[in-house]
Ligand binder design. Structure first.
Ligand code: SAM
Length: 277
């Protein structure tokens, strides 16, 4: 009989946040695959979990995935944990979970903390629709490009960020999204120095410079989505007409599309239909 693969969420700071079910699974399974065995030792010792632990991280997942799958197929149950939060959320495990599915193995999630949802729930920004972008690129140019692609995204945007890049990222967001866009910084969630600050991008930038928001620990950045503007067809045509007086038709349609949120070919179509009337 094949065993199962458990995906076990662990605390993102406060060890009291582990669930009873997570402790039970970690105690009962045959092997724990942990991102960093030394890091997980504190958690496992605190809850008297004596199960064997094996390192499973981005540098050895290629090598060990097949071994872990074989163990499960042979009847063992394995629990995957990461250093903090939910495995696979910006953490290793994707190869293992896909391989488990490919081999007909039951994958059982044990839900619990994740910084993305914890931060969103306390952000004071809209929660009904959101997108999670993980970490932004570390190089300035690539980061700006990535933010520019998100400029008209109307869903709440969530990013993970490292302390040594938080100031640069917030400055870039202010430059790209505008100073007035609201942002929430969620720092050191569930830990002693937890700090959650919601303000405009320019105000948060100032607070980072003055260190009213400390540049230490772990950060989640939540940015309000772009305001959805609703423009009538007549307004689209008018904007396009004004731009066409100075620009070639292709450029005018491109800029009209950026301003109004309409697709470029929709703008062309509208212009065409209007000229046939
Ligand atoms: N798997 C984790 C999860 O479910 O949230 C995320 C792992 S990712 C490698 C680590 C990043 O998550 C940190 O750089 C930070 O952006 C965010 N993070 C993790 N714990 C946090 C905490 N206690 N407070 C704020 N952000 C945290």
């Amino acid at each position: 009989m094949s065993g199962s693969l458990y995906i076990v969420a662990t605390p993102i700071g406060n060890l009291g946040d582990i669930s009873e079910r997570a402790i039970e699974v970690l105690k009962q399974c045959d092997l724990i695959a942990a991102e960093d065995t030394r890091h997980s030792k504190t958690l496992l010792e605190r809850f008297a979990i004596k199960t064997k632990v094996k390192a499973y991280h981005e540098h050895n997942e290629e090598q060990f995935t097949a071994q872990l799958i074989k163990k499960i197929v042979d009847g063992e149950s394995i629990a995957l944990i990461s250093d903090a939060g939910t495995p696979l959320i910006n953490d290793p495990g994707y190869k293992l979970v896909t391989a488990a599915h490919d081999n007909g193995i039951k994958v059982i999630p044990i839900p619990g903390p994740s910084a993305v949802i914890t931060a969103l729930s306390a952000s004071g920004l809209p929660t009904s629709k959101f997108i999670f972008e993980g970490y932004l690129p570390s190089k300035a140019e690539a980061r700006k490009k990535c933010l520019q692609l998100l400029v008209s995204e109307s869903r709440t945007l969530i990013f993970y960020e490292a302390p040594h890049r938080i100031r640069e990222s917030i400055q870039d967001m202010r430059d790209v999204f505008g100073s007035e866009r609201r942002v929430t910084i969620a720092r050191e969630l569930t830990k002693q120095y937890e700090q959650i600050v919601r303000d405009s991008l320019s105000a948060v930038n100032e607070k980072l410079i003055s260190e009213e928001i400390k540049i230490k620990g772990e950060f989640v950045v939540i940015v309000e989505g772009a305001q959805e503007i609703s423009v009538t067809d007549a307004e689209v045509l008018r904007i396009n007409q004004i731009l066409s007086e100075k620009l070639p038709p292709k450029d005018a349609a491109g800029i009209t599309s950026k301003i109004t949120g309409k697709k470029k070919n929709e703008v062309y179509q509208m212009v065409l239909e209007a000229s046939e009337k």
